[in-house]
Design a protein around this ligand. Structure first.
Ligand SMILES: Cc1cc2nc3c(=O)[nH]c(=O)nc-3n(C[C@H](O)[C@H](O)[C@H](O)COP(=O)(O)O)c2cc1C
Length: 298
């Protein structure tokens, strides 16, 4: 049995990556039907009750499926960390993906009920600090969200050399079967893909966001600190330029720019900034979650 099927209980070694404000329960159910791992950030739910109910629903749905589900918990600067971790433990979420921060406490609690933990890493040093985890998601250059600076051609073999027996998923730029296969060829046990799922029928983002994804090319992706302070990839737009100019005019820092502009009474809306990775290059129309999964794994 492969490391991916054994540790993650899935048929095909693919994770539909957790995406803030994009992933939803329906998308995860389809991922489970298709035999892959569906992941969702805990912060995508309006309140603790909604998260509690969704975890129950997903856990029930996962019984007898060839796929499974994961919850992404941000550790650093997350006011909801304690509450969300206790709900994850309550529902014995099978897989937890951590990003930003020290995962030691979380690893102990999740492994305590038999769950598995994968930590997002962007370099080998980062991974050494999380070596008690069951595995890593290696986030490389070109990925959507908080992309790493190192290409997967370097990051994956480096991680594999340092951790010959760990489960490693590769993330960043996968929208085609060739890219999917290349990640496996580089030494990963599986693949994590996010951007390619944004313009699907089941994703409930605004049509303007889907249209922007379909229209954008890899060269339209840029990095901004404006959303959260940590550089994140977005589709370059007139709106982004206007906001950045307003910040300059007001002599405000780019970090947490939207919050600062709102505090000044200037209407800035993060929902009009479209987070995406370079994989937009290959998204040419709206499809379904199931079609995207099949196009990668079959
Ligand atoms: C719109 C969007 C939102 C994201 N939100 C999160 C998040 O909340 N937590 C997280 O760990 N990663 C987040 N990511 C990163 C993904 O989990 C994943 O690493 C990335 O999408 C892989 O690269 P790809 O987009 O090129 O497939 C996000 C990515 C995108 C595109």
């Amino acid at each position: 049995m492969s490391r991916t099927s054994e540790i993650l209980s899935i048929k095909y070694p693919l994770m539909m990556a957790p995406m803030f404000l994009v992933s939803n329960v329906q998308m995860l159910k389809i991922a489970m039907d298709e035999g892959v791992l569906g992941a969702i950030p805990s912060l995508n739910f309006l309140n603790d009750d909604a998260l509690d109910r969704a975890l129950f629903e997903l856990k029930t749905y996962s019984i007898n499926k060839h796929g499974s589900f994961a919850v992404n918990l941000i550790i650093k600067n997350n006011k909801k960390y304690e509450t969300h971790l206790s709900l994850i433990v309550k529902h014995k979420v099978p897989i937890v993906i951590t990003s930003l921060g020290d995962p030691s406490e979380l690893i102990e609690k999740v492994q305590g009920y038999g769950g598995k933990v994968l930590c997002d890493v962007t370099n080998v040093k980062h991974a050494e600090k999380a070596k008690l985890a069951d595995g890593f998601v290696a986030v490389g250059q070109g990925a959507g969200g908080h992309a790493g600076p190192i290409s997967l051609q370097v990051l994956l073999p480096a991680l594999r050399r340092a951790f010959p027996n760990k489960l490693i998923l590769g993330a960043g730029g996968v929208a085609t079967k060739a890219a999917y296969k290349s990640v496996i060829a580089l030494g990963a046990d599986g693949v994590s893909a996010g951007t390619v799922f944004i313009a699907t029928k089941e994703s409930e983002v605004d049509q303007a966001y889907k249209d922007a994804i379909i229209k954008a090319k890899a060269s339209d992706i840029t990095l901004t600190k404006i959303l959260s302070g940590t550089p994140s990839t977005v589709i370059r737009s007139g709106y982004l330029e206007t906001l950045e100019q307003q910040l300059k005019d007001q002599k405000l820092s780019l970090e947490r720019g939207i919050e600062l502009l709102n505090n000044k009474g200037i209407d800035a809306d993060y929902k009009r900034l479209f987070v995406a990775g370079q994989a937009v290059e290959f998204v040419d129309g709206e499809s379904s979650v199931s079609e995207v999964i099949k196009s990668l794994v079959l």
